[in-house]
Write a protein that binds this ligand. Structure first.
Ligand SMILES: Cc1cc2nc3c(=O)[nH]c(=O)nc-3n(C[C@H](O)[C@H](O)[C@H](O)COP(=O)(O)O)c2cc1C
Length: 480
């Protein structure tokens, strides 16, 4: 199974196995309508040609929230129809819409809990999922994805922390009841052939939350109910979120939030074992449902290894494709060296948290979308070369400084690479060229010999020749 091999998912065929998972953009207004910024964002993302592009979480109901797309009434369909039309004209990608139900949160820290919901409220949620799925189909999307992950309503029912005492809480079967009823209702409304995906947590990543032993049973139920693909996520819960005064509780502020959007400190593929465990469980029982994994996957070698080792059928990359939407096209065309690589510093997540327009830290200052360029000429170092200098700063920090590179189109950023003790080069971070040509490495340890080098890149991601290489070692005795 190759990354750029088509994948049949229910009645649709994806041109490749890369998924752009749903990512809220905060580009819509509170009116929930598709606007020009939303159209431009999805056209830009589609141009990179992922196999499946999942449009951000879109509300099935009209409960108040910050800027968020909605499909809670027929009047929202037209905007989505235009989104699909524009994205499809730009790309062979299949386009799905993620639909979500969430409960109320207040700035005081109060939040509505699933225990507050009556039987009628539950019936309404099931109906709202069904109606929004039909609107998704009417808008022309290739598939509907049911959001059952993270801190939102269905996930809170699936949770082992579900404290309901009726038929919707307690046993695993009861916790799965709302999920099952929604899937049945959506299938009933959209017909047998329309692809339905589910996104849910393979592990809650909170104390007393569920793990793989439960999630594989949930996935088996989904498979039995005819789900076409299962997208495995992790964490993102309210239970361990940190409340900031005057702000609504944001479910990605605790450890479970880190597990959902793994920051720099975690290794790539930190959540791969979840999809792998689920896929194995399903396949061993004869259910060959498409499984997608996501969580800090950034290189084609990693993505291909996931497929080779049978951990998943589809590879999700959210922040990596926000940083560089052209990742799929560049890798397919043998130009991976031109990828502008996500550095997992989660500025996008902080923008989402504060209801600000989601963008990538690496994009040029002020850009609303990722830059585009067909330039093939890489940046060059000035006549004196990069003149990379590496020196010690107080408290065990290492400072790198170099001369600015030159590019006809403008230098976009610099890769900072490090090799420890004669090992391979690793990308440790990237800096924006409109900041300074300097970087502070706070992760070097005394006594280890490091080699440092930097490479400049332009808007198309063309990389310059590496700078001069500098060997550096923090002296043991100087670390205070
Ligand atoms: C800004 C932002 C918005 C997100 N919005 C959604 C969303 O709407 N629905 C969803 O299921 N996941 C959402 N996620 C989670 C991502 O889909 C993805 O699972 C997560 O970022 C980890 O994958 P990555 O390491 O490839 O970025 C969001 C992530 C970010 C950074």
């Amino acid at each position: 199974m190759m990354l750029f091999e088509p994948a049949a998912v229910g009645a649709m065929t994806l041109p490749n196995r890369i998924v752009l998972p749903a990512m809220v953009t905060r580009l819509s207004g509170e009116d929930g309508l598709v606007n020009q910024d939303i159209l431009d964002r999805y056209v830009r993302l589609a141009k990179g040609e992922p196999g499946l592009l999942v449009v951000e979480a879109t509300a099935v109901h009209s409960s108040k929230s910050g800027p968020l797309l909605r499909l809670s009434e027929d009047r929202f369909i037209e905007g989505h129809r235009e989104l699909v039309r524009r994205a499809r004209a730009a790309s062979p990608s299949k386009i799905a819409l993620q639909i979500i139900h969430f409960l109320k949160v207040a700035r005081s820290g109060w939040r509505q809990k699933i225990g507050d919901l009556t039987q009628d409220d539950i019936k309404l949620i099931i109906r709202q999922y069904g109606e929004a799925a039909v609107r998704t189909q009417q808008a022309g999307y290739d598939a509907v994805e049911l959001h059952m992950a993270h801190a939102y309503t269905v996930s809170s029912f699936l949770s082992l922390r579900n404290a309901r005492t009726d038929a919707y809480g307690g046993s695993l079967e009861n916790r799965m009841r709302l999920m099952s009823e929604i899937i049945l209702e959506v299938r009933r409304r959209v017909g047998d052939d329309y692809p339905i995906g589910v996104r849910f947590d393979g592990e809650e990543c909170i104390t007393d939350g569920y793990g793989l032993n439960d999630s594989r049973e949930m996935a088996l139920r989904m498979a039995k109910l005819g789900i076409d693909y299962i997208s495995v996520s992790a964490g993102g819960k309210f239970e361990d979120a940190v409340h900031k005064a005057g702000q609504p509780l944001y479910p990605y502020t605790g450890y479970s939030g880190d597990r959902c959007m793994p920051p720099r400190v975690y290794p790539d593929g930190f959540n791969d074992y979840l999809a792998a465990g689920i896929k194995r469980y399903l396949y061993d029982r004869g259910y060959h449902v498409t499984v997608a994994t996501t969580g800090k996957i950034r290189t084609s070698a990693h993505a291909q290894r996931i497929l080779d080792e049978g951990m998943a059928d589809l590879v999700g990359m959210a922040r990596a494709l926000l940083a560089d939407p052209d990742w799929p096209k560049k890798v397919r065309d043998g130009r991976e060296d031109q990828v502008v690589r996500c550095i997992s510093i989660n500025v996008c997540k902080a923008l989402d948290e504060n209801f600000k327009r989601v963008r990538c830290y690496l994009w040029p200052r002020g850009a609303v979308h990722a830059p585009e360029s067909d330039d093939r000429v890489p940046p060059a170092w000035p006549p004196g070369g990069a003149a990379l200098r590496v020196f010690e700063e107080p408290k065990g920090h290492v400072r790198l400084a170099w001369s600015a590179a030159i590019d006809p189109e403008g230098v976009y950023g610099y890769w900072v690479e490090r090799a420890a003790e004669g090992g391979p080069w690793e990308l440790i971070s990237a800096t924006r060229a409109d900041m300074h040509a300097t970087f502070q490495d706070g992760s070097a340890v005394a006594g280890t010999v490091y080699r440092y080098r930097v490479r400049a890149y332009d808007l198309a991601g063309n990389k310059s020749e590496p700078s001069n290489v500098v060997d550096f070692r923090l002296p043991m005795s100087d670390v205070r």
